[in-house]
Design a protein around this ligand. Sequence first.
Ligand code: FAD
Length: 554
Amino acid sequence: MPNDESDAISAFGPDFPFAYDDWLAHPAGLGAVPAEKHGARVAIIGAGAAGLVAGYELMRLGLRPVLYESARLGGRLRSQRFEGTEGIVAELGGMRFPVSSRGFYHYVDLLGLETRPFPNPLTPAAGSTVIDLEGETLYARTLDDLPPLYREVAAAYHQALEDGAQFSALQAAMRARDAQRIKAIWDPIVQAWDERTFYDFVVSSQAFRKLSFRHREVFGQVGFGTGGWDSDFPNSMLEILRVNLGGFDDEQRYVVGGVEQVAQGIWRQAPEKLTYWPAGTTLAGLNAGATRGRAQAIAHNGKGGFAVMDQWGNRDDYEAVVVTCQSHLLTTSIDAEESLFDQKLWMALDRTRYMQAAKTFVMVDRPFWKDKDPDTGRDRMSMTLTDRITRGTYLFDNGDDRPGVICLSYSWMTDALKVLPLPAERRVELALSALSKIYPGLDIAGHIIGSPICVSWEADENFLGAFKGALPGHYRYNHRMYGHFMQADLPESQRGIFMAGDGVSWTPAWVEGAVQTALNAVWGVMTHLGGRSPDGNPGPGDLYPALKPVDLVD
Ligand code: FAD
């Protein structure tokens, strides 16, 4: 863990302030199921972060997780290797992981993976940053190098957060892990902002109202921390606040060699402590070395459990099911028996709104961008934020004697749709054309080696979108999906199937949400099978009645 100061900000709340990291680290473990349930089969749909974490922890409890995966192990933790290289990868999904993601880093540390600071704009890891807006190009190392307008924008957003969301007080409560204080401040904010957008928050704030349209425009293009956030302007403000409050946009790191190693690592990791299974047992071993294919149908099996059929028509019985794929795939990819869920939950699952995202990567012969321009003394090329089609360009230095990687373009929503139908070569041409206007005379293409790698998550039937982006008025839907692991009050026929994944979490687009909801599902399955948390280490479901997210009246 790169930053384990006890008072550092972490993804503790604000909706459900439960310490997942402490629960995981407790020497008493997560709990136990009755011995007669040891070896009980649990189907896990999807082998992304949530499915693997759920599978790993359920295996440690002595259960038999059987994973189904329709695409690639790791899901949206996908590191695609450039052909012919060792460890030179394009991070097609998650790529920068804030140290506040304590649940996620529990597994990174368990696997002993190396992380380094992510080259975000205006950070030492990037070295230099170029901001190109409306044809004006600025070169900076820190915010202080930029014209006053940029500092005014940054100051205005800080002020808006203070005025509109008691930001410092709320973060102090999160740092102190003071759950009651967090709820006292956060719950009224939920009431006030669920139905209002991020853009509304910015334009209606006193801090921005004093400033010009240009300030709001620059804020949208350059944003805070990681880059432009105007693609999120239509989203519910609550979602943005959670990112800011939980430090998701700060102190981000990348996994050297690719984040997919986390997925592969969990799959192959033999836990030090586990119940029932012999030492050395792994998820890979329990699954005979590979996942099942696509889950095609899920239904009650008439024996109090579930039947899952894979794409080849193989049907197996399970005592519980954990579904981790994006929720709209329960309609498009899986024939899910309607009676598995209440209609109100179906509404939430189907109304979940997914954002689009596209990335275009090339490999280059070396990190040539560090060469100095003889006239200006500046880096030849920098991490670049622009209003042009590329939006964000990121530079990955794998060492002076190794190929470098350029993410020519990382874009969302409309910008991602612009390239959706285009082949990789055309995407690269468009990106190079935009960058040539920012860096006239720089021959980026002359450094490219190998073939480009690109992704549009919305074009892949196994995802149909990059990640949830909750719209105004979606809090109730989120609440239904997130709280579904608490099943004591559900009719018998709706128990035993659990959902996990960042899409049902409060922090979509962040792997921490996938990990936290996977742990909720672990508690849910354990309890469903008659198990419970150990004394002294209450689980999320034990504390849910006291700490659960606020209910909004219908
Ligand atoms: P997934 O990874 O989607 O796993 C679900 C799995 O279910 C998939 O593998 C899918 O193939 C499979 N599946 C679908 N249908 C079926 C079926 N019928 N049967 C069986 N399997 C099925 N997070 C960060 O923390 N930092 C970042 O910088 C970051 N950037 C991101 C950038 C992009 C472009 C994207 C797309 C995501 C990013 N994320 C980031 C989010 C992070 O990648 C996700 O939160 C996390 O990987 C989600 O894990 P999951 O298990 O919830 O879902």
